[in-house]
Design a protein around this ligand. Structure first.
Ligand code: ZN
Length: 499
């Protein structure tokens, strides 16, 4: 056993070295690489990923993992968990025919471009053939990988959020549908009165960067092990607790976008920086799941970052940086502006309250697709019908409708639901946190230090050594309960809208 473990660790180290190199290159590609370098770059990253794939799929490594899996009861719990996950990916490699997998990857290599072009040209027919092919591969692969317990869409869902299938999601979205759809109708029938003149002003990029740096300090981001840059779409990425980076995008005509994406990404980054450093060299030194990661970013972005208390402390700093633009704007005006609810078409621009309804639409449609209940050609019509039903608005074009997200072009079916689940985890975690520490008082101190510490102890330190369901239960003392999310939203927005 000892020898097997050390051989496994040797493979892991070599694979991590490839991963490290590719991570660094992809960070550079998204932030600072000159446009002209990508042809040359693709050639060498191709070699790196081929070498890494060979190592990953070598029969010796697969054999080691199978043997360790057979004896997993004798391993310590952290390594055992890692081996269970390694075994899952090994099974994938073995069950999906190599040739089909290569063809699928080739399809994905072009489908994102096809999607982008179709979206620009507002032409669903252009993307339809690619989407049909992606879906047919998805179904085929699900068939290869199905087990006694997991089949079809459940298999894809479980891949993004372990132990969450249509059973859990149906219940979750059922509650949201029942509770939130009528609530949103009530809220959006009212108008929020405030001085919104500042929303149309220009906010120089450099000033926005200054405020994003201020937010880093507020959230105690460790810049000795982290870095902030700019990219087209904000993201966070890290290889260990020693190096966790994030990006922001600055729009001069929409300055709150960079504020909330900085807070959001810092939520992700705080999670990664606070994982037990002992896990750095393992494969379980990342977040527990997509939804758990999203719970941390959304907790900071929405529950903390859009709270009245947060801006009672930090609005004066914002006013100091944007003297001209905010001089006649009160804290109340600003608070209302960042919490305004509107039925809108685009998911990524949606407010905190209507956001889960956008996810519900995608969940319903994905489930229909995987259950063969809808043809690809019918998707635009089905989409528009659901937007009308849940959000009460008409979709004027496919680029603002069914073509707006890149996920399906990347073969990512089962990913969307984790966004809404993350927000719901966040509300449940918040409910527990409130009982144990005085959040408002902590915010008054000027930083989120003690909030970070609470999260580290309850959630972050575990990395992915446990599944999210278990971590949530350890942190909050109970199983997942979506009512915390519903109540949090109803409470907050009833107050803002004077219901
Ligand atoms: Zn996020």
């Amino acid at each position: 056993m000892k020898e097997l473990i050390s051989k496994y660790e040797e493979y892991r180290k070599r694979l991590k070295a490839y991963h490290y190199a590719m991570w660094m290159i992809s960070w550079d590609s998204a932030t600072e690489a000159p446009k002209g370098c990508f042809g040359e770059r693709a050639k060498y990253t191709g070699v790196l990923s081929e070498e890494s794939y060979k190592l990953q799929t070598s029969s010796e490594r697969i054999d080691i993992i199978n043997k360790l899996y057979a004896g997993k009861d004798k391993l310590d719990s952290v390594l055992a968990h890692e081996i269970v996950e390694a075994k899952k990916s090994v099974d994938k490699i073995l069950k999906i025919p190599m040739e089909e997998y290569v063809q699928y990857r080739m399809l994905l290599a072009t489908s994102e471009n096809t999607w982008a072009e179709a979206k620009t040209k507002n032409d669903f027919e252009m993307f339809k053939p690619s989407l049909e092919e992606i879906i047919s591969y998805g179904k085929k692969f699900a068939k290869y990988l199905e087990t006694e317990k997991l089949k079809g869409y459940d298999l894809l869902l479980d891949d993004f959020e372990p132990e969450f299938t249509t059973v859990e999601y149906d219940e979750f979205f059922g509650i949201l549908k029942k509770e939130l759809v009528p609530f949103v109708k009530e809220i959006t029938s009212k108008k929020l009165e405030y001085n919104n003149s500042f929303e149309s002003k220009t906010y120089p990029r450099l000033d926005q960067i200054e405020f994003a740096k201020y937010i880093q300090k507020v959230m105690c981001y460790d810049t000795n092990h982290g870095l902030m840059k700019e990219s087209e779409h904000p993201f966070t990425s890290g290889v260990s607790t020693k190096d966790v980076r994030f990006t922001v995008h600055y729009y001069e005509n929409m300055f709150t976008s960079s504020i909330f994406s900085a807070i959001h990404e810092l939520g992700h980054a705080t999670y990664n920086q606070q994982i037990d450093p002992e896990l750095d060299d393992t494969n379980v030194g990342d977040g527990a799941s997509m939804a758990m990661h999203e719970s941390q970013s959304r907790f900071f972005e929405n529950i903390i970052g859009r709270s009245h208390k947060f801006w009672e402390i930090h609005y004066s700093k914002l006013q100091e940086i944007f003297k001209e633009q905010l001089k006649d704007i009160s804290l109340e005006d600003f608070y209302k502006s960042i919490n305004k609810v509107e039925n809108s078409l685009i998911r990524v621009e949606a407010d905190e309250l209507t956001y889960p309804l956008h996810i519900m639409i995608r969940y319903d449609i994905e489930r229909m697709i995987l259950n063969n209940e809808v043809e690809v050609s019918e998707l635009p019509t089905v989409w528009n019908k659901m937007v009308k039903e849940y959000l009460g608005i008409d979709v004027p074009s496919v680029s603002q409708g069914v073509l707006q997200d890149v996920h399906w072009a990347g073969g990512m079916f089962g990913y969307f639901p984790t966004y809404a689940l993350g927000s719901a985890y966040a509300a449940q975690i918040y409910n527990k946190m409130k009982q144990e520490i005085d959040i408002e008082k902590i915010l008054e101190s000027g930083t989120t230090k003690e909030i970070n510490e609470w999260l580290k102890e309850k959630i972050h330190k575990y990395g992915s050594t446990k599944y999210p369901k278990e971590i949530l239960k350890l942190a909050t003392g109970e199983d997942f309960n979506p009512m915390y999310y519903v109540n949090y939203l109803k409470d907050k927005y009833s107050k803002i809208y004077n219901l």
